[in-house]
Design a protein around this ligand. Structure first.
Ligand code: 5GP
Length: 345
């Protein structure tokens, strides 16, 4: 048994130190980033925020709404090939370039991904997603998908340490998804005792990925716009959001009326709710590692995404970054014991 003594940090442990700036207004801040991906060589330009591939977040409706802001959606994997065909027919290439096709790692998943990608050349992202990215099986699957789709942008995860980021990039991933346990409806840390504070995971994994010319997605744990900025400041190229985009009209969750108020169901993809819906219940060898919550219904996602983007722009002005790309270079984190004044609740 070994104990690592290095301090590992979450978003709540730091704040940005303000820096002198020549920027007059947050409207001068450019959030769009241009990437050329390592293996596929594909270029993409947009705001690198991604709606999570959860079935009450990453819907087709979410993709349509967020594409207006050049924001990406990882479409959850429970749509059929026919559903995809309908979505592709109804939406222009500009929406499709902001959509990721999510997949697990079974043979059936592989066939379905092939069928979806065959529908159009406009889809360029494949998001290979398993809860425990440390499985050797994921590395083999990434190699298989890379061979089948040499010109598609492949994201793979989830992992939280540099060694595994390197292995996945060397196997053919352009982007590695980072985060084990920080999610708002995740119970992995409680059920298994496994996890890694998300800001440190991002800092360490970004360093490993960038050294090889790859990118990372900081996935999970953002509770407010400031956390999104901290993820970018720590080196995340993309930031994936579940809970912050759940509960909206476009999230497509089930609406529940309670005491005259409207709520929307939101649940983890490994929760009892998800397994009941998609896998006929929780298999007897496993435990649910996600929870189900009721969120106050929040209406269209438009205002929320603008608020998040406004917050990140404002962070950039406080530290003097004219572009989101410069935010990491301009970031000095200070460790803190308190985040906010809660005197009024
Ligand atoms: P959030 O932005 O809500 O904090 O985190 C979203 C992320 O939580 C997702 O992108 C995914 O990585 C993770 N997640 C979603 N459902 C579950 C679950 O049931 N269990 C676990 N461990 N993680 C989940």
């Amino acid at each position: 048994m070994r104990i690592e003594q290095d301090l590992k940090l979450g978003f709540k442990d730091v704040l940005f130190r303000p820096k002198r700036s020549t920027l007059k207004s947050r409207s001068q801040v450019e959030l769009t980033r241009d990437f050329t991906f390592k293996h596929s060589g594909r270029q993409w330009s947009g705001v690198p925020i991604i709606a999570a591939n959860m079935d009450s977040v990453g819907s087709f409706d979410m993709a349509k709404a967020l594409a207006k802001h050049n924001v990406m959606t990882a479409i959850h994997k429970h749509y059929t090939v026919e559903d995809w065909a309908g979505f592709i027919k109804e939406n222009p290439a500009d929406v499709l370039k902001h959509a990721m096709v999510s997949t697990g790692t079974s043979d059936a998943d592989f066939q379905k991904t092939k069928d979806i990608m065959a529908l159009t050349d406009d889809l360029m992202f494949i998001c290979i997603d398993i809860a425990n990215g440390y499985s050797e099986h994921l590395v083999e699957y990434v190699e298989k998908v890379r061979n089948a789709f040499p010109d598609k942008v492949i994201s793979a995860g989830n992992v939280v340490t540099g060694d595994m980021v390197e292995e996945l990039i060397l196997a053919g991933a352009d982007i590695v998804k980072v985060g084990i346990g920080p999610g708002s409806v995740c119970t992995t840390r409680v059920k298994t005792g496994v996890g890694y504070p998300q800001l440190s995971a991002i800092i360490e994994c970004a360093d490993a990925a960038h050294g090889l010319g790859g990118q990372i997605i900081g996935d999970g744990g953002c509770t407010c716009a400031g956390d999104v900025s901290k993820a970018f400041g720590g080196g995340a190229d993309f930031v994936m959001l579940g809970g912050m985009l759940a509960g909206h009209e476009e999230s497509n969750g089930e609406i529940v009326e309670k005491d005259g108020h409207q709520f929307m169901k939101f649940y983890g993809m490994s929760s009892q709710s998800a397994m009941d819906k998609h896998s006929g219940g929780v298999a007897n060898y496993r435990a649910a590692e996600g929870k189900t919550v009721l969120l106050p219904y929040r209406g269209p996602v438009e205002y929320t995404i603008q608020d998040i983007m406004g917050g990140v722009r404002s962070t950039c002005t406080y530290v003097g970054a004219a572009k989101l790309k410069e935010l990491t270079k301009r970031t000095t984190f200070i460790r803190v014991r308190e985040q906010e004044n809660n005197v009024y609740g």
